[in-house]
Design a protein around this ligand. Sequence first.
Ligand SMILES: Cc1ncc(COP(=O)(O)O)c(C=O)c1O
Ligand SMILES: N[C@@H](CCOP(=O)(O)O)C(=O)O
Length: 462
Amino acid sequence: MKYISTRGQAPELSFEEAMLTGLARDGGLYLPAEIPVMSQDDIAALAGQPYEEIAFRVMWPYVSGSFAEDEFKEIIARAYEGFGHDARAPLKQLNENHFLLELFHGPTLAFKDFAMQLIGQLFQVALKRRGERVTIVGATSGDTGSAAIDAFRGLDAVDVFILFPHGRVSEVQRRQMTTPADSNVHALAVDGDFDDCQAAVKDMFNDFEFRDGVKLAGVNSINFARVLAQVVYYFSAATSLGAPHRKVSFTVPTGNFGDIFAGYIAKRMGLPIDRLVVATNQNDILHRCLSGQGYFKGDTIPSISPSMDIQVSSNFERALYYAYGEDGSAVAQLMDELKQGGFNVSQGAMEALSENFDSGRVSEDETLATIKATLAHSAELVCPHTAVGIKVAEDHRVTDVPMITLATAHPAKFPAAVEKASDVHPPLPSRMSDLYERPERVTRIANDLGALEDHIKRHIAE
Ligand SMILES: Cc1ncc(COP(=O)(O)O)c(C=O)c1O
Ligand SMILES: N[C@@H](CCOP(=O)(O)O)C(=O)O
């Protein structure tokens, strides 16, 4: 399997090379040159299998040239052994045909652990084989950072620098990033918003002298391995509800478009997904775009679902690549226009997007009301991101197709909003109960590329 850039001007790479490379050298995002299709029989055979087995069967065609079969099976086993639920991604029924896919049983209580625990293992094996060391720089609105730190802390072959927007993540998210004592972990509180952090990471990749000098690697969903690992739970959930003999729909709380893009890949692999519904908070660039209003940046407004406070949605570039008929130069031109503020999507591309995606936007009051109503009607205490998903799912649910909403984080990561909505304080799991007492280690830093690069160069393998 070869990997190609969405902008068509970067070298084709193997899975391992694409994983270690991060952003393509033409500024684009790597994608498999062809998406493998599973037969309906192979999909049916996934039903009832352990999560690890489903993960192997779904991901193997993508990685097979880079890892040996037994090696990959062991990597998967190690990745998910620390999860707090045997099913890894259990389904809970909310009402007659609406289900919650719980993705928060990993070590840092958010869906990011599914991919990050896996790529932590993949990086270790690949770097050891190559005898190399890398510098991981990641941007986070709260959950990617804590998951990355958990997956890479203490590893000899990796320094990990995480940029998060100062004052715009929850206290639990911040403490998950600032309390690990490992010397290879560096938490940077940037004076800016998540979009600034993500833009800085991409600028570092486009600064080849810096990139090559520090051997830069990325673990945001820039990295296709992140998206790939997230494809798996679409298969596990859909087959447990009767796919491929029955269609299902998914609603996905969305910010950077990585999680829902994984659903799109699952659909292209043959999983009978009816609708993929994008659920946004008040930072609604994706909802506006999918409603035909073009893709134009607005100011990012802090919300009670802070992980989705995103206005430049990195993986939307991958969706545009397919919507524009796999035309890398068209995507490159759109991304140039985005630097000036935004662009209108062509009619043909809008039609292609509408074939797969619906969308909805949820206000802060609606989010609080949904947390309260979900507890009252289904006895489930949900995080604000999940509540955004549930509200949009209920607006899009049809009677004859089961709707699965992705529960992307544990309510205890956002106790203030959850308590405000429900009067219930969600406790942290006991293994984290001293999180508020642990000492924090963090550097406050300006939103300035030079200052960030300089800091990173000075602190590598300190
Ligand atoms: C809890 C939570 N929900 C939803 C999202 C949005 O996911 P994505 O950025 O893949 O669209 C994020 C951030 O990624 C998140 O941390
Ligand atoms: N919501 C994310 C933002 C980064 O997304 P990623 O999937 O590209 O890593 C977060 O929690 O950091």
